[in-house]
Each structure stands twice: as structure tokens, then as C-alpha cells.
Design a protein. Structure first.
Ligand SMILES: NC(=O)c1ccc[n+]([C@@H]2O[C@H](COP(=O)([O-])OP(=O)(O)OC[C@H]3O[C@@H](n4cnc5c(N)ncnc54)[C@H](OP(=O)(O)O)[C@@H]3O)[C@@H](O)[C@H]2O)c1
Length: 231
């Protein structure tokens, strides 16, 4: 990714704490979109002074098309899109509100569509692109109380594969990773750390994402890669 313009969405989130330093280590120029300034500060505390020379932060709500367009116009060119943004909620379908259902699709699928759509315009123009999206084990193995999340993440897989198909014959690729439980601060707080050894470390997921986002991965397209740790 040396010298590439990378848009890293969700880079301030729990997974982002592992992915951001890994992407910066590739000598890329990195723009992180964010909503919550407190999460930006949390991330900054984990980085090295030299990292800030190639790191930019732009506020954006990726559920709104105008905000995504503004973000990408400000970057100017996107060579690599690593889209980590997503969200999770659970509940039995007969008790689950339509509002929450739509929100799962907005945060997981609509943000993926909008960031891919506007990044692809730049990628088609320049003839180069790497897209890495994040789905979930739940897309492959939907479970009770995860109906909305599983359906939205299955949509992320389908969208990513469709992009990979329509960019065949170019140097633009799209691939999706499917983690089980990631060892993030929020998961440790919600579930305790007793089983954390079985979870996927953000650093190991970051290595997979960085490879898919690299020039070297030019022959991998439309892959939906499970990364389940020991779950
Ligand atoms: N954690 C897990 O165990 C797990 C398992 C499987 C898959 N995943 C997937 O992995 C990805 C990262 O998960 P995570 O644990 O790092 O989640 P996280 O800590 O909640 O981080 C999500 C990030 O997305 C940003 N975001 C949310 N809505 C946004 C919006 N509308 N516009 C712009 N930014 C928005 C958040 O920023 P703000 O806080 O500023 O809104 C945050 O930086 C997600 O796609 C998630 O579904 C996670």
C-alpha cells in the first residue's frame, strides 16, 4: 500500500485500534472517517508521533450520501477502501422493532454501499482499487436473535461479490472478511474476558485485511474469508 490513498472507515472503533497501526505500517496515506471525537482521542493515544504525518481525520456520517461524497471529495482520490464501519444489535424477530431492523441495514449495508459506490468512481477513473469490507460469521451461519444483523451482513457479502464481478478484467478488487467475535474493549466489557483467548485478535484480522488491500492481492477477488479464531 506504499504511497496509496487509503480510506479507512471505522478506524477509531475496536477493530480499528488494530487495523489503523497495521495500515500505517504499510507507508500508506491514511484518512479515517469518524463521528465520535472521543474515539479519535482514544486511537491517537495508541499511535506513534511519526504516524501522524500520514494520517488524516475527517468527520462523516456514512449513512448519508452527501456526507460520503463530501468525505471522498476532500480526500481527492481513493486507491484503497477498508470499510470497518458496522454495528450490532440482537433480539427475537417477533419482539424486534422495525426501526432497529432498518438501523442494522443502514449501519452495516447502506454504509458499505455508499462508501463503495463513491470510492469506486475514483477507482474506475484511475484504473486501480482495493476494497475490503467486513461482514460476520453470522452471514454464513445465521443464529437466533441475530436475524437483522445476519441478513444485513449477508447483504455485505453479496454486495462485495457483485462489485468483484463487475470489476473483473481490471486492477480493482473487492473482498470481504467474516470474523466471529473480535477481542475488542467493548466485547470484553460486555462479555467478560474469560473466553477472550478464543476470539479473533484485531491484530491478526488486520494482517488479513492489509494483505487483501495490497497490490500483491490482485488475483483475489470476490473472496468471503471466514476468520473465526477458535469459535
Ligand atoms: N466486534 C465484533 O466482535 C465483531 C464481530 C464480527 C464482525 N464485526 C464487524 O467488524 C466491524 C468493526 O467492529 P467493531 O467492533 O470495531 O465496532 P465498533 O467498535 O462499534 O466500531 C464501529 C465504528 O464504526 C463507526 N460508525 C458507526 N456508524 C457510523 C456511521 N453512520 N458513520 C460513520 N461511522 C460510523 C463508529 O464510529 P462512531 O463511534 O464515531 O459512530 C466506530 O468507529 C463492524 O463492521 C462489525 O459489524 C465485529
Amino acid at each position: 500500500m506504499k504511497g496509496k490513498q487509503v480510506l479507512l472507515t471505522g478506524g477509531t472503533g475496536g477493530l480499528g485500534l488494530g487495523v489503523t497501526p497495521a495500515v500505517l505500517a504499510q507507508d500508506a496515506e491514511v484518512t479515517i472517517s469518524y463521528r465520535n471525537p472521543k474515539e479519535v482521542e482514544r486511537l491517537k493515544h495508541t499511535l506513534l508521533p511519526a504516524d501522524f504525518e500520514r494520517l488524516h481525520f475527517i468527520p462523516a456520517n456514512l449513512e448519508e450520501e452527501a456526507s460520503v461524497e463530501n468525505l471522498i471529495n476532500r480526500i481527492g482520490r481513493v486507491d484503497v477502501l477498508i470499510h470497518l464501519v458496522g454495528g450490532f444489535s440482537m433480539g427475537k424477530i417477533h419482539e424486534y422493532s422495525f426501526f432497529d431492523w432498518k438501523h442494522e441495514f443502514e449501519i452495516n449495508l447502506n454504509t458499505t454501499f455508499l462508501t463503495c459506490k463513491h470510492s469506486l468512481k475514483s477507482m474506475w477513473e484511475h484504473g486501480y482499487g482495493r476494497i475490503v469490507t467486513v461482514a460476520s460469521k453470522a452471514a454464513n451461519e445465521p443464529a437466533g436473535q441475530l436475524g437483522a444483523y445476519s441478513a444485513a451482513k449477508a447483504g455485505v457479502v453479496a454486495l462485495t461479490k457483485a462489485i468483484a464481478d463487475e470489476t473483473k478484467g481490471t486492477d480493482i478488487t473487492a473482498n470481504v472478511v467474516l470474523p466471529s467475535v473480535i477481542d475488542t474493549p467493548a466485547n470484553r466489557e460486555a462479555m467478560g474476558a474469560e473466553n477472550a483467548d478464543s476470539w479473533v485478535k484485531p491484530e491478526s484480522l488486520a494482517q488479513l485485511i492489509c494483505f487483501l488491500a495490497s497490490q500483491a492481492a490482485k488475483d483475489i477477488r470476490g473472496a468471503a474469508i471466514p476468520i473465526y479464531g477458535n469459535l
